[in-house]
Design a protein around this ligand. Structure first.
Ligand SMILES: [Fe+2]
Ligand SMILES: [Fe+2]
Length: 184
C-alpha cells in the first residue's frame, strides 16, 4: 500500500518522465529538420528510455494499489539554437529530474516506505548514467566548436545508438524486459 503523499509524488513523476519523452521527441524532430539524423536518432532512443521511466512508475503504482492520475503534458520548446543548446538543455532537464527523484526518495524515507525506496533506487542509478551521457556529449561539442566536419562525424557516431529498452508494455514491464533481445 502506498501512502497518499507517495501516490501524489509518483503521479507527478510519471508526468515529468512523459514530459522528458516529449522534450526529446521535439529535439529529435529539430535535429532532423537541420539535417542531423544521427542526433535525431540519439534523441529518439532517449524518447524510448523516457517512456520506460514513465511506464515503470505507472506499473509500480498499480502493483501497489495506487491510482494512476495522468496530467496534461506541457508543450516542449520546438526550436533550439544549436546541437550544443539541445544538450545543455537536456543536461539541465535531467538535473531537474535528479532533484525530483531525490525528493521522492526523501519522501519514501520519511514515510518509512521501504518498497518505494528500493524501487526508486533504480532511478537514482539511472540519473547518474543520464547526466554522464549528456556531459560526455557536451564535452565533445565543446571540442567541435564550429567545425562542421567534426560535427558530422559526431552525428554519424550518434546514429549508431540503439534502443535497448522495451517499447511494448502491453504485457507489463517484466515480460517486456524479457522480450528485449540484448544488443550484440
Ligand atoms: Fe527519465
Ligand atoms: Fe538511460
Amino acid at each position: 500500500m502506498l501512502k497518499d503523499k507517495m501516490i501524489a509524488g509518483i503521479n507527478e513523476q510519471i508526468n515529468r518522465e512523459m514530459y522528458s519523452a516529449y522534450l526529446y521527441m521535439s529535439m529529435s524532430a529539430y535535429s532532423n529538420m537541420i539535417g542531423l539524423k544521427g542526433f535525431a536518432n540519439w534523441f529518439m532512443v532517449q524518447y524510448h528510455e523516457e517512456m520506460l521511466h514513465a511506464m515503470k512508475l505507472y506499473e509500480y503504482m498499480q502493483r501497489q494499489g495506487g491510482d494512476v492520475l495522468l496530467k496534461a503534458i506541457e508543450a516542449p520548446p520546438a526550436e533550439f539554437e544549436s546541437p550544443m543548446d539541445m544538450f545543455v538543455k537536456t543536461l539541465a532537464h535531467e538535473q531537474f529530474i535528479t532533484r525530483s527523484i531525490n525528493d521522492l526518495m526523501d519522501l519514501a524515507i520519511a514515510e518509512k516506505d521501504h518498497a518505494s525506496q528500493i524501487f526508486l533506487q533504480w532511478y537514482v542509478n539511472e540519473q547518474v548514467e543520464e547526466e554522464e551521457n549528456d556531459n560526455d556529449i557536451i564535452l565533445q561539442l565543446k571540442i567541435i566548436k564550429d567545425d562542421a566536419h567534426a560535427l558530422l562525424m559526431l552525428d554519424r557516431e550518434l546514429a549508431g545508438r540503439m534502443t535497448t529498452v522495451p517499447t511494448d508494455f502491453s504485457k507489463g514491464i517484466e515480460s517486456a524486459m524479457n522480450a528485449v533481445v540484448p544488443a550484440p
